[in-house]
Design a protein around this ligand. Structure first.
Ligand code: ADE
Length: 220
């Protein structure tokens, strides 16, 4: 998979993709991430990418031209163009699975006070990572890249994510490691039984109990 991230702040990403599982996925060629500064595409003699809003009001608005030209130059028939914006569809694990099967993602990070409404016309989807407003789409892009990359076949084992929270609309079951007793708290007996049928049943029922308790909305 190739992911192009259109941003005015490529330096924000340094570090994030240079550690742990994402780094390994890049090193192994499972994902290729390009940071594209769309300021490089502006026709403005002063390198401007934004302007004042029609009708007045505070702040600057990202203009169409640099983003349109940038997307035109990198888009192919395989591309999915995604705008990160707080008024997009709320991003969920199901969408991460769907996008992990794509060949090419183009992520557009909005910034400043907003972007020209016509930019929406070149996007295949608009995503929000939650009901709060970030300073721009950069952190949201990182969330997408992280959650999608780990689902690309071969990045982590299938087994590692088959019990992830949100699969089948359930939260993950509780897990424990050594020691058996820590500060008086014991590991549930069933996990020490060696009876895998019983362990599976316990995990399933704990998943259901936890989800009902913490996220009753997931049952709907
Ligand atoms: N840009 C600003 N806030 C955002 C959010 N919540 N999700 C995605 N992009 C954003």
């Amino acid at each position: 998979m190739r992911i192009d991230i259109l941003t005015l702040f490529p330096d924000m990403f340094s570090g994030v993709f240079e550690e742990s599982i994402i780094k390994r996925a890049i090193d192994e060629g499972k994902v290729k991430i390009n940071l594209v500064n769309f300021r490089d595409y502006t026709n403005d003699p002063h390198n401007k990418v934004d302007d004042t809003p029609y009708g007045g009001g505070a702040g600057m608005v990202l203009a169409c031209q640099p983003i349109f030209d940038c997307v035109k130059s990198i888009r192919t028939d395989d591309s999915i163009v995604i705008l990160l914006t707080p008024d997009g569809e709320v991003y969920k694990q199901e969408k991460a699975y769907e996008l992990s099967r794509a060949k090419h993602l183009i992520l557009i990070c909005g910034h400043y006070e907003g972007f020209d409404e016509r930019i929406r016309s070149i996007c295949d989807m608009e995503l929000s990572i939650g009901d709060y407003v970030l300073t721009g789409g950069e952190v949201a892009s990182m969330v997408l890249v992280d959650s999608i990359t780990r689902l690309i076949p071969g990045v982590i084992t299938e087994e590692s994510h088959e019990n992830d929270s949100f699969n089948n609309h359930l939260l993950d079951y509780p897990t424990y490691t050594k020691p058996r007793v820590y500060e008086g708290m014991e590991v549930p007996e069933v996990l020490l039984s060696g009876d895998h049928k019983k362990i599976d049943e316990w995990r399933k029922s704990e998943s259901i109990r936890k989800t009902k308790e913490r996220r009753p909305d997931l049952f709907e």
